[in-house]
Design a protein around this ligand. Structure first.
Ligand code: ZN
Length: 503
């Protein structure tokens, strides 16, 4: 039986989570339905709400209750013990940055973001350089305030905010073999002379048909529309407000329904995770997602490992023909499957295919790690970027807007965030191999449109635990192994070599 302090703390934190969900809701509205005129009031609403949430989460009372929990004999290994451990972690971390630093960060962020936009539009890095310089300085200070475990490095302190427990050294160890092998695979593909027809990516499809198609797919894989919504925003995202209410968005381009499908499958993966967290644990760590890497493993699993598989299209093509007859008239399983797996080096990360994507991430990880170490100054970023880009992807960057100015992350002070995208790809492949071992022939199920066994397996092994186990520990519990690059390489080579006649 949890003691008095634990019960009181849980109630307090639950109310904070309710308040935080209101903050999330107004953010969702800002990206979807808010009229442009609402911007000024909205920024006040957001500032007030997040201020209140921060105040509650870092109050002295919370700190005292966490300490009192230690005397309540909570059995180690229990869910309650995991909650107290995570509450303490969040509390300590949230109190480490001095108020003046947080304020300076927030000022710098809004200026840097604004200047980044202008610099990107002009494709002129020199306009952004002083702001990046300032941001690197602030990020190095943040790392110092947070601190890092002995034997580590400052970058670890930032990484901890997105992927608790991960370290730069570990990530480097996992990424390094991937870099060479991926580069080689991509070169072989480029040299193969095979170029799948991409007609399904270039033809106009009426918006009504596109919408019916992506909703059909989201619901087939298990996103519950009675507990969620799908709307439209410039940058697709998913926001799990709490039990029974998960908001996701997608985007529609007139001539590329597959773009809307990928975005929707991706956000559905995030949504399915949020919808299957234990509802009764809402407001506690064990009722929330464990890390960005694990979250991304869910989205990329459904988007890529399911949505770009041949078995998926064997099931989906007849439905697609019914919902989008004009687009699909001359298409077959083979043609759509090949088009969905076109690999081609390109400048922009968010448009990159499944194979080249990870090289975009590695480059960013290496550069930001060097910035935080003090080995790379803002001024040298374009040169280093372009050099590595040529090495890894084989193409010359033509302008800064297609190179180091393309992402908002650094202007926003999001350093330590990029690696979680590739960690997500790696976790997804390793989890799917375990699922195949335990569930049998997943492809045979996909061919029949049976996605529930996989979804239930993910809920059983990942979703229902919330933050009970750290990401690395969760991976070992599920797969028996540490995270490795092998499953991803097996997946990509196994799929792409036959398509490109390399097998
Ligand atoms: Zn995502």
């Amino acid at each position: 039986m949890p003691g008095q302090a634990y019960t009181k703390l849980a109630e307090l934190q639950r109310r904070t989570a309710v308040l935080a969900s209101v903050d999330e809701l107004v953010h969702w509205d800002q990206e979807t339905y808010m009229p442009p005129g609402g911007a000024k009031l909205r920024s006040e609403q957001c500032a007030l709400l997040s201020g209140l949430v921060h105040e509650r989460a870092t109050s002295k009372e919370v700190g005292e209750l966490i300490e009192q929990c230690a005397g309540e004999g909570i059995p180690s290994g229990s869910i309650e013990a995991a909650n107290v451990r995570e509450w303490k972690r969040d509390y300590d971390r949230a109190r480490k940055l001095p108020r003046e630093h947080v304020e300076e960060l927030s000022r710098t962020r809004s200026i840097a973001q604004h200047e980044w936009q202008k610099a990107r539009a002009a494709s002129d890095f020199s306009k952004f350089e002083p702001h990046l310089d300032k941001m690197i300085d602030l990020m190095r200070k943040s790392a110092k305030y947070y601190g890092w475990p002995a034997g580590g490095e400052p970058y670890d302190a930032l990484l901890e905010g997105y992927e608790p427990g991960a370290t730069a050294a570990q990530i480097e160890k996992t990424f390094a073999p991937l870099r060479t092998r991926l580069s080689r695979l991509i070169q072989e593909i480029s040299a193969s002379g095979v170029r799948p027809d991409d007609a399904v990516h270039t033809r106009d499809v009426p918006r009504r048909q596109q919408e019916a198609f992506v909703r059909f797919a989201a619901s087939a894989i298990g996103f519950r529309f009675e507990d969620g919504r799908l709307d439209v925003s410039a940058h697709p995202f998913c926001s799990g407000l709490g039990p029974g209410d998960c908001r996701m968005t997608t985007r529609f381009r007139d001539n590329n329904v597959m773009d809307a499908l990928s975005s929707t499958m991706h956000e559905s993966g995030h949504g399915i995770y949020e919808q299957n967290l234990p509802a009764e644990a809402f407001g506690t760590p064990c009722g929330s997602a464990v890390s960005l890497g694990i979250h991304e493993s869910q989205s990329r699993g459904w988007e890529n490992l399911v949505g770009r598989s041949r078995a998926f299209w064997e099931w989906c093509v007849p439905h697609a023909k019914e919902l989008m007859p004009e687009l699909m008239a001359d298409q077959s399983v083979d043609s759509v499957y090949a088009a969905q797996n076109i690999v081609e080096p390109s400048y922009i990360r968010v448009e990159a295919d499944e194979a080249t994507y990870n090289l975009h991430i590695m480059l960013r990880f290496e550069l930001e790690r060097a910035m935080i170490r003090g080995d790379l100054s803002a001024r040298d970023v374009p040169r280093e970027w372009n050099k590595r880009f040529k090495d890894y992807l084989g193409i010359e960057v033509d302008k800064d807007a297609n190179g180091c100015l393309q992402d908002v992350h650094w202007a926003f002070g999001l350093m330590g965030y990029f690696p979680t995208y590739t960690l997500g790809n790696l976790y997804a492949c390793q989890f799917f191999e375990a699922a195949r071992e335990q569930l049998g022939d997943l492809d045979a199920m996909f061919r029949k449109g049976e996605f529930a066994p996989l979804r239930q397996w993910l809920t059983e092994n990942i979703h229902r635990h919330g933050r009970r186990y750290a990401a690395g520990e969760l991976c070992k519990r599920i797969t028996g192994k540490e995270l490795s690059a092998e499953p991803l390489m097996r997946h990509l080579e196994g799929k792409l070599k036959p398509i490109y006649g390399l097998a």
